[in-house]
Design a protein around this ligand. Structure first.
Ligand SMILES: Cc1ncc(COP(=O)(O)O)c(C=O)c1O
Length: 465
């Protein structure tokens, strides 16, 4: 029986053989509403929260989670919600994947922390070996492990600056790179990420992205890249630019897939001008888009890749993986941090990355795309508020506008998300104007659960017509 108390003791368990799965019964993979959303226990927790949690921390869901498994979240009132958000693209291997739980449990029993900068351990090294193998390109690579996506992006910039001796960083319109001071500067959207939090880090320059729905009709990827490059060259100068940092699919900015050719053209320009091409694959990485990394869809081999989210199977971890000669340009002691590459997070990541490969989760993401994209496009044909359905793999977005225009309709996206939630399906929104409904299901979602969630989403979308 679930209780609201956060401190309810875990029942004593008998010792397990190493590697055996966590003993709790798996959470039933189905949607179930036991109360209204939110139920009474969630409401009680919301009241407690209001007295102690900072108002600046907001939550999409008004319910409080008691358990999670696979693609289902169970709340403190016994409601089971289908999770089409994966904790923002984190639990791609499923919430509490048994292999991750077992690896974490074993590691916790061995040791929880030493600080790799003080007393190193194998798990860090083993994970860097995996990252060297999985990330695009066959060149010699090195990695540094950190705690979050923002930290990964910051470190990629530090490395690029040290390796090139240059200062300037070029980023895209609609970009999201995090909430630390440097990554706030690199992030495009003011509200809620930047407003009132300046002054921001200097030497960050923004150029237009490729946004096919909103670009001039027929603009190719090469033309969109030329537009961006022209601004960077005129306003900064290629010889001053250390790095161009690009999300291969814009994430928080609206799940915008650039026109074909945009990324390769930017990467080629970077290469020709000694600029480090950094792919921020924090959201797109680890099988999410139907390839292990989204850069692969266009054959782009980044110099540095910033990683986080899906890498850790739910535990906090980030990484920068990149060309050995760039990574090793940094002096000893220049990279690191107390917790970076924490052994428990590394154990989780070793288990999660093994699952991406063993279970071909990139193939699972493509199967989700096959099942969902056509269906959503059929709905779009009937609902004029849907300007575009787009995405790759299990990273799909639905951009909502006022019918007959390209005027973003944030209220419509909010209404769809609320209707889904009331029926027990968690969907997130995103986009520069907040008008994109985004789907990021765990890649292990069962077909029947996905279909059921899409039924709910379809009703919500058709409700806009
Ligand atoms: C593309 C991208 N970069 C960086 C970040 C920041 O990651 P974190 O929240 O782990 O700092 C995010 C988070 O959503 C992201 O989507």
């Amino acid at each position: 029986m679930t209780t609201v108390s956060a401190s309810s003791p875990t029942p004593p368990s008998t010792p397990r053989e190493p590697g055996t799965p966590h003993p709790r019964p798996p959470l039933e993979q189905s949607r179930h509403l036991a109360t209204a959303i939110p139920g009474p226990r969630s409401l009680a927790l919301a009241a407690r929260r209001a007295t102690v949690v900072a108002a600046g921390v907001s939550s999409t869901l008004p319910v409080y989670v008691a358990r999670a498994g696979g693609a289902v979240l169970e709340d403190v009132d016994g409601n089971r919600l289908v999770d089409l958000g994966s904790g923002i693209a984190v639990t791609s291997v499923g919430a509490s994947a048994p292999e991750v739980v077992a690896a974490v449990s074993e590691q916790v029993a061995d040791f929880t922390h030493t600080c790799f900068m003080v007393s190193p351990y194998e798990e860090y090294v083993a994970l860097c070996e995996v990252l060297a193998r999985l990330t695009p390109g066959t060149h010699a690579k090195r990695s540094v492990l950190v705690n979050s996506g923002a930290e990964a992006v910051e470190n990629a910039v530090k490395i690029a600056r040290r390796a090139t001796g240059r200062d300037a960083v070029v980023v895209l319109d609609h970009a999201y790179h995090g909430r630390t001071n440097l990554t706030m500067a690199m992030t495009a959207r003011a509200m809620p990420y930047k407003t009132g939090f300046g002054p921001f880090a200097g030497e960050v320059y923004r150029v237009p992205a490729s946004y096919p729905l909103r670009d001039p009709d027929g603009m190719t990827g090469a033309q969109a890249a030329a537009r961006a490059i022209d601004i960077a060259q005129r306003q900064v100068g290629a010889d001053r630019i250390a790095a161009v940092v690009v999300e291969p699919i814009l994430g928080e900015g609206g799940f915008v897939v650039p026109a074909p050719g945009f990324l390769p053209a930017l990467a080629a320009w970077a290469r020709e001008n000694g600029i480090v091409f950094v792919a921020d694959e924090v959201q797109t990485g680890f099988a999410r888009t139907g390839a292990m990394f989204a850069s692969e869809h266009e054959g782009v081999v980044p110099d540095l890749v910033a990683l986080a989210k899906g890498i850790g199977g739910g535990l906090p971890l980030g990484a920068v993986t990149g060309r050995a000669e760039l990574m090793d340009a940094v002096h000893a002691g220049g990279l690191g941090g107390t917790y970076g590459g924490n052994p428990v997070a590394c154990a989780a990541a070793l288990a999660a990355t093994a699952l991406y490969e063993r279970d071909d989760l990139a193939g699972a993401a493509r199967a989700i795309e096959d099942r969902a994209l056509g269906r959503l496009r059929d709905i779009a044909a009937d609902v004029p508020a849907i300007a575009e359905v787009r995405g790759r793999g299990a990273m799909l977005g639905i951009e909502l506008v006022r019918p007959g225009t390209l005027e973003p309709d944030k209220d419509a996206a909010g209404a769809v998300a609320r209707a889904c939630l009331a029926a027990g399906v968690l969907v997130l929104t995103c986009g520069t104007w907040g008008n994109v409904v985004r789907l990021l299901p765990p890649l292990v979602i069962e077909t029947s659960v996905l279909d059921d969630a899409l039924d709910v989403l379809e009703r919500a979308l058709r409700g806009l017509a």
